[in-house]
Design a protein around this ligand. Sequence first.
Ligand code: NAG
Length: 836
Amino acid sequence: MVNTSRLAALLVASSCTFFQFGTVAAADADPDPFVEYTSHSPAAQANNQSMLWGPYKPNVYFGVRPRVAEGLWSSLMWANLNTYDKINKAFRYTCEQHQGLAGYGWDEYDLRRGGVETIRDEANQIDITVSFVKVDEGDHGGNWAARIKGVPRPDAPEDLITMIAYYIASESGNLDIQDISSGPGFEGNVAFTGASPVLGNYKLVVTKGKGNHPESSHELADERPLDLTAVVSAELPSEILWQAKQVAFKQLSESVKVVNSRYQGEQLPPPSLVYKLKNQPTRGNMQIVQKVFEGAFEFDVLFTSFASEHEMTEKVVTSQIESNTAAFNEKFSSVFELKAPFNDDKYKPFAKSMFSNLLGGVGYFEGHQLVDRSYASEYEEENEGFWEETAQARARKEEALEGPFELFTSVPSRPFFPRGFLWDEGFHLIPILDWDSDVALEIVKSWFSTMDEDGWIPREQILGPEPRSKVPEEFQVQYPHYANPPSLFLIIHSFTNALREKHGKISTGGDLLPVSDVPLGLAHLTDSTLGADYLSAIYPLLRRQYDWFRKTQRGGVRSYDREAFSSREAYRWRGRSEAHCLTSGLDDYPRPQPPHPGELHVDLMSWVGFMTKSLLDIADALGLEDDVAEYKKTYHAIQRNLADLHWSEKEGCFCDATIDDFEEHKLVCHKGYVSLFPFLVGLLEPNDPKLGRTLDLIGDEEHLFSEYGLRSLSKQDELYGTEENYWRSPIWINMNYLAIVQLRETALQDGPFKAKARDLYNRLRANVVNTVYASWVETGFAWEQYNPDTGKGQRTQHFTGWTSLVVKIMAMEELPAAAGAGAGAEGGARGEKDEL
Ligand SMILES: *[C@@H]1O[C@H](CO)[C@@H](O)[C@H](O)[C@H]1NC(C)=O
């Protein structure tokens, strides 16, 4: 038995509770070091304009917003309305795991033009396709549109009823409604107008669209006919405005209440009449447009900036959708030309989807971040038992909100990690750099603009109440003594190499190319002056982060009487506990036990080495000779200390180190990703015997090599597969990617290990691609990690972050079997030499 008052109560109880968070006053923003050079460059301005709009709310199935704080955002919600017992479960808004979807995401997407997202909503028996298009025009970021199409799935009943609620929120003033019709609803299109400083004046239209509507003989059907569109408006405070689902549920529950008061105990009206909003359009910063369809449907959302010459119309949408698909396919084939054996047509939709979901996961976030700035003495982590002291210091809860900050970033997983993660981001940007280097550079710049005066960047960016509502309290606070792998250096280093390869010598401050010669998305790479200006603006920021790492994450050499070439180059991640070293990014990977202030971490030393190498190359490109000399010295010291402090001749691999009971330096070896780090970031010379032994470890099936990819920990390790088993056996694609890139490097350089590297490269490349592909075919999703015994995807579903690196791997060529010394160093392969 269902009665409406119970339904109303359910709605209120389950989802009408609004989140409440504190707020703080705005901080002064630092001056933007990039404004200077971009203001002289029409190409940079054009690039910036064309990035204004996008599906930059990746946490929802479809949500469009501009890349500015005070904007206009809108998003799609829908639900099946065939039965009463479904509404809570059937309502779709934020991306969620295990919601009965048979896959969703972008089949094609280009940040400059738009794309196509398909949502296979098995539980609601409908497939929804959203075609998003953008047209650059005028000086307010141009126009955009979304065509939203629903097609019942084969198992759906003929009278499948789908309710659409399109949510529109203005963060900058109220929206007006044109032609407010009195009465039960709108027969035709609904048009809103509004204005904001960045967007100028604009119009947003939700069209009538096509499709049938449910018919009913119930008396309510006359009062609220379902062929009419209803609009509900309100003026809401901003701390409520972002909570779209709760707002919609609140409105629906009003509707339920009215029905409830009239039909107590009598026969209930059909759900489509009960969950029908009462048409109450008025001026407001929140507008919900509701439509109820039976069977298939289609409608458009059309945004026109009054600064553009043309209006966005249904006709424009139709023609843009066609040209976008053609342009995407053409660009995809040239940027990621899939190589054998993955050049078969069956891999194309997979590769396109993997890349499109990565780029389609780019979002804009704005708000305050929780930071503990107590700089408690416990956070120095100098005592034995430090992890217990730091736990107590954290428990004092001295965090406060800082900001507001803005961040433009790709997210690791839309349902589970819809926010910025520092160590993931460098990997996300590897394929994006190939596709649209201007977007990649913009994202790097955005991350560095969240860095503090000391050079610290929060490793997880939980900006504002919306992302915060998704994070358990114990993970919300950021600590300014916590580091995280500086993966963004991968991008700036690659960009520097690409720029020099293309132009030879580069210099700042010269004449810029005419804007007509500079393609959108490749401006900094095409115009070497612009590229050099960017490098020169970001270089001091990179240096500040580097100095922060070397100062705050230093490990003890002399203090423990360690013998090493350099008394300075040794590093220790701060923030570890007995079970975790979260800051390393490799959470539960085994480390020395118990934790000790004299511990040294080989992965961190490798990252610092890689930062040094990157800065060396950037400083060299910019002609900073003194800096180059300094980096060379440090780099040499790090290479020497890696051997002196971390190499185990007995185990044949690099290891973490600690201080034993006799106060002596002691290596602690858990063979796995950590042991490979100096190799993974390219610090080993081609003829170094340590390289040979690292390759032996990689290739050993009893340790790391499997038919699905490299295991995170050796099968022989006593902790293999134990406890959380997060980084203790599963296969991770980011680490496998680094291994594949370095194996290829080794295979193409002269040296004693090239034949071995070539063989491992070919086999590992094929294994990794086959693994990700097989799970995608089976489940419709990319996964966070893959099982080392079965190859099946596991943990977070729809993990379209660094797992998308598979596209880069497919675009690398298979190397022919070695035919004696000298083979393989041939030209053609050199174009990709600077993967790192
Ligand atoms: C980029 O565009 C945004 C939005 O129009 C604007 O606020 C920002 O100042 C622009 N940045 C640059 C460097 O021109």
